[in-house]
Write a protein that binds this ligand. Structure first.
Ligand code: A2P
Length: 300
């Protein structure tokens, strides 16, 4: 995004009532997010403690000794002394170093030995929480087996509060993972709840799957409530206990995506939307499917 666009969108979002902001070092805009939040605090619109900021540990920073310095770099960019949530962005480690996509001489991504428990445990993420640099710790795109690795780890101090998934929407509703996480009191956070930006250059989105927001059923339910297909998709998720983090740079759509708390879908409508599930991903991450910890080979 052009310089300044992210700061502007965050300010519009805060004015529209958003308080949960989902970020990551690899979005390369944490400095803008931090600047926007500081401006809104200075305007007296809110206090730091009103904001819930989620940051992410990238794949090249899994070794335990890198976890705290990586989080500290994010804090510096944000001009904050803590983040509310810090999560392991993907369960796949890449070779540490300056490059976020480290390549060998043939242009192949350099994977790295992955030890999810070591990244989690007392000298790494758990220690960041104890040091007050983060209030809660979680994971992202972990399948059931990978969650169990952490949950069953001897000496576990803190369990993951959430598992953010790269997509959760009516066409891929994540119901099996959601049920498992409910049992374990782990919150599912849905990235791409609107079916992604459909930009094939962004993590090679599968554009063969039809656009979610053109779905007939979502649009017809929307008509009944005077809402858009986007609002119906978001409402569907929050009504089943999934946290949604829709992304928009457009002020009108930023506001629209927050106007989902003044209506309620019926049980029949929820069931009808459940039946749209296609068990196909927009974000398959196929380019990494030979990584030993590629999460999507398993059913959930
Ligand atoms: P824009 O930034 O122009 O609004 P996701 O959150 O699933 O990744 O979806 C993001 C994509 O959906 C972006 O391309 C965004 O574009 C678009 N988008 C966001 N909100 C809406 C909405 N309410 N209606 C239609 N498209 C939307």
């Amino acid at each position: 995004t052009p310089e300044g666009a992210c700061a502007e969108a965050v300010k519009v979002a805060i004015d529209a009532g958003y308080r949960h902001i989902d970020g990551a070092f690899i979005y390369f805009n944490e400095h803008e997010v931090g600047q926007a939040i500081q401006e809104k605090i200075a305007e007296g619109k809110m206090k730091r403690e009103d904001i819930f900021y989620c940051g992410k540990l990238w794949c090249t920073c899994h070794p335990p000794e890198l976890v705290r310095p990586t989080l500290e770099r994010t804090l510096k960019l944000l001009q904050m002394d803590y983040v509310d949530l810090y999560i392991i962005e993907l369960p796949m480690a890449f070779q540490p170093g300056e490059s976020i996509y480290p390549l060998d001489e043939n242009g192949k991504l350099l994977y790295y030995k992955t030890d999810l428990c070591a990244t989690w445990e007392d000298k790494a993420l758990e220690a960041c929480k104890d040091a007050g640099l983060v209030k809660s710790i979680g994971v992202s795109n972990f399948n059931r087996r990978q969650l169990e690795l952490i949950l069953n780890k001897p000496g576990l101090k803190y369990k993951p509060v959430c598992n953010q998934v790269v997509e959760c929407h009516p066409y891929l509703n994540q119901s099996k993972l959601l049920n498992y996480c409910r049992e374990k009191e782990i919150i599912i956070v849905g990235y791409s709840p609107l079916g992604t930006c459909r930009d094939g250059s962004w993590w090679r989105v599968n554009v063969k799957l039809p656009p979610l927001l053109e779905d007939k059923l979502l649009n017809s339910i929307g008509k009944k409530y005077n809402k858009t297909a986007a609002q119906i998709s978001l409402r569907y998720n929050i009504q089943r206990g999934v946290v949604v983090i829709p992304k928009s740079f457009n002020p009108q759509r930023i506001k629209e995506n927050a106007e989902i708390f003044d209506f309620c879908l019926t049980d029949e409508e929820m069931k009808a939307i459940d039946s749209l599930h296609k068990n196909e991903r927009y974000v398959e991450l196929l380019m990494w499917n030979d990584h030993p910890e590629y999460p999507f080979h398993d059913d959930y």
